[in-house]
Design a protein around this ligand. Structure first.
Ligand SMILES: CC(C)(COP(=O)(O)OP(=O)(O)OC[C@H]1O[C@@H](n2cnc3c(N)ncnc32)[C@H](O)[C@@H]1OP(=O)(O)O)[C@@H](O)C(=O)NCCC(=O)NCCS
Length: 233
């Protein structure tokens, strides 16, 4: 994690003004990310689709108004790029494959981000999300629609926070962890790396690395293989 100092969507947008941005991914989530970029007043050059063995990309090549560029025409290294891939492990794999990239941070104008919060690169913060004071959000993170990330949180790289999640104060979320829609985490809880927290869970105590936690209050069990490699749906 090496997040940049707090900047609002305006500052992020200013730093990218006039540059053609590429979006990596071509599924439904990529359309959400395009919308964020366009609402920031930025221009999307194309969606990139060259991830090997992702068959569903092939059938989604007809997105209306979206130019897809394949492996042969991958954008030049200097092109600003944002990942629009929902799966945390796949984002991590792509980052190591792609090497040095001019990463874009996409923050929708309706978000509320405290001046003392810090947000990493290639992180996407969607509509009406709130990030409160002193919170640090890592790189390649997704903060989904209307999620509430309160003060003094630490959200490590490759995390995904689903819509309407509530993280109270002083919560820590480890690398690669997925938190399902509407889950609530009470103050001072640490959730480990590569965990899955089910939709609607209420987490009232620490969750160890590589576990799956569901229910109210959340009960956790180890994930087979120790890592949440599959995208939870
Ligand atoms: C937790 C989750 C990832 C599924 O995990 P899984 O290991 O595949 O779980 P299964 O579907 O096999 O269910 C296993 C058990 O957990 C229970 N369970 C699954 N999800 C649950 C949840 N969110 N809350 C409570 N119990 C849940 C099932 O009922 C089942 O119980 P049983 O063994 O008594 O029959 C999934 O249910 C979930 O909550 N996904 C979140 C999706 C989401 O929020 N997406 C947002 C995208 S923007």
């Amino acid at each position: 994690m090496n997040p940049v100092p707090s900047r609002t969507h305006v500052a992020f947008a200013e730093s990218l003004r006039g540059r053609a941005i590429y979006v990596y991914g071509a599924g439904g989530h990529s359309q959400v990310v395009r919308d964020v970029l366009e609402e920031m007043g930025l221009s999307v050059e194309a969606n990139v689709n060259d991830y090997p063995n992702r068959e569903h990309f092939a059938v989604e090549k007809t997105l209306p108004g979206v130019r897809l560029t394949g492996e042969a025409s991958f954008p030049p290294l200097e092109a600003p790029l944002v990942l629009a891939i929902g799966n945390n492990a796949e984002r991590k794999e792509l980052v190591s494959m792609l090497g040095e990239v001019d990463w874009v941070t996409a923050i929708h104008p309706t978000t509320t981000i405290a001046r003392t919060a810090r947000i990493g690169y290639d992180t996407v913060v969607l509509h009406r999300a709130v990030v409160q004071a002193n919170t640090v959000i890592g790189n390649h993170v997704l903060i989904n629609t209307a999620a509430s990330v309160d003060h003094d949180n630490v959200i490590e790289d490759y995390v995904a926070i689903s819509p309407h999640v509530t993280l109270c104060g002083h919560v820590r979320v480890g690398e690669g962890t997925f938190i399902g829609a509407g889950a609530t985490v009470i103050p001072n809880v640490t959730i480990g790396k590569w965990c899955v927290v089910g939709a609607g869970a209420v987490v009232i105590s620490d969750i160890p690395d590589g576990t799956r936690a569901v229910g109210v209050p959340a009960q956790h069990v180890p994930i087979a293989g120790g890592t949440a490699v599959d995208a939870p749906r």
